[in-house]
Design a binder for this molecule. Structure first.
Ligand SMILES: [Zn+2]
Length: 340
């Protein structure tokens, strides 16, 4: 057995000396020192030895294993050096070449539009606020003057988490949350952008989409302030020549309420396919904050008045960039996204 071990040592030495690559080295390591390797194989036969021979052979085997292990490391280091050197020789490096640029991404069109909206309203003194996407029924409905049996709940296909918790169907609950915090102080002047959720899915609806809520509460605020603010927004977003028009509408949390149209940016109001020949395109909903909503937040509706508005960011983006299918905004197709 001693001879067998010495033969293995000599064989392995010879092979290591001849090894030309790290791959070959790994093969040698497995063939001799691995679980099914030659050295291990010999040691398995030790049971047949006499009690005197066993420790002697065992020690020799250990010596060989250690010696071969060290030698293997030495050869490995030499080979590594060699491979590195030959790599460097192969790659004729021209240090004067300009570096390769890492492609930088850019903002998604929805983010661009949201940023622009924030910019426009921030310049008018509005503060950007956020609220939770998983919202209490209390804030999503009750505090907006939409009690449990109100028909307005039917219009909004709500995702319920539990009886009292919903995925917010609009950004309007941020109104009540902010008023709770600030009340009874004035003014309240905020916009609240964010994700909202409804059970809709087609070319013009997505189960997740984005809104921006706006709220201004102060003394002596009138409908004219609402109109002036929204006209300024429409001009900054869609161009200096834009006009707006308000149509009477209904929302439970504003009174009076109005849908706001902007003069068509595609035909400049003359009438085209995109505005249904009317010259006007609806962009948002608005109104004077309902006295009940103010009361619930701790304001005296005799003193505090204000307006609120809400718009869909997807809709604004589609109008601004002439996008005809909302789903394009969520498909993450770079050929589409790179255009903005
Ligand atoms: Zn038009």
């Amino acid at each position: 057995m001693r001879e067998e071990l010495n033969a293995i040592r000599d064989d392995m030495k010879a092979q290591l000396a001849a090894a030309g690559s790290l791959d070959e080295l790994r093969e040698i390591q497995v063939a001799y020192l691995g679980k099914k390797g030659k050295l291990t194989g010999v040691l398995r036969g030790m049971g047949k030895l006499s009690a005197e021979e066993r420790p002697v052979i065992g020690q020799l085997a250990n010596e060989i294993r250690d010696e071969m292990g060290e030698l293997l490391e030495e050869v490995r280091n030499t080979l590594k050096q060699k491979e590195l050197l030959s790599q460097l020789e192969e790659e004729q490096i021209d240090v004067t070449l300009p570096g390769r640029r890492v492609g930088r991404g850019h903002k998604h069109p929805l983010t661009l539009v949201e940023d622009r909206i924030k910019e426009i309203f921030s310049a008018m003194g509005y503060v950007v606020e956020e609220g939770p996407e998983v919202e209490l029924d209390h804030y999503n409905f009750e505090r907006l003057n939409i009690p449990k049996d109100h028909p307005a709940r039917e219009m909004q296909d709500t995702f319920y988490v539990s009886e009292d918790v919903v995925l917010r169907t609009h950004t309007s609950p941020v109104q009540a949350r902010v008023m709770d915090r600030i009340s009874p102080h004035l003014p309240v002047k905020i916009i609240a952008p964010g994700k909202v959720f409804r059970r809709d899915d087609d070319a013009t609806h997505s189960p997740m989409f984005h809104q921006v809520e706006g709220l201004l509460i102060d003394e002596n605020i009138t409908f004219a302030d609402l109109k002036g603010t929204l006209l300024e927004f429409a001009r900054q977003m869609f161009g200096e020549d834009r006009k707006i028009r308000l149509r009477p509408s209904y929302f439970p949390f504003t009174e009076p309420s109005a849908e706001v149209d902007v003069s068509c940016m595609f035909c400049n109001g003359a009438g085209c396919r995109l505005c249904g020949q009317s010259g006007w395109i609806e962009i948002l909903g608005s109104g004077m904050v309902h006295p009940k909503v103010l009361e619930m937040a701790g304001y005296d509706p005799e003193k505090a008045v204000g307006f609120a508005f809400g718009m869909g960011i997807e809709r604004i983006a589609m109008l601004k960039y002439g996008i005809d299918d909302m789903r394009l905004l969520f498909e993450n197709d770079l050929r589409f996204i790179r255009q903005f």
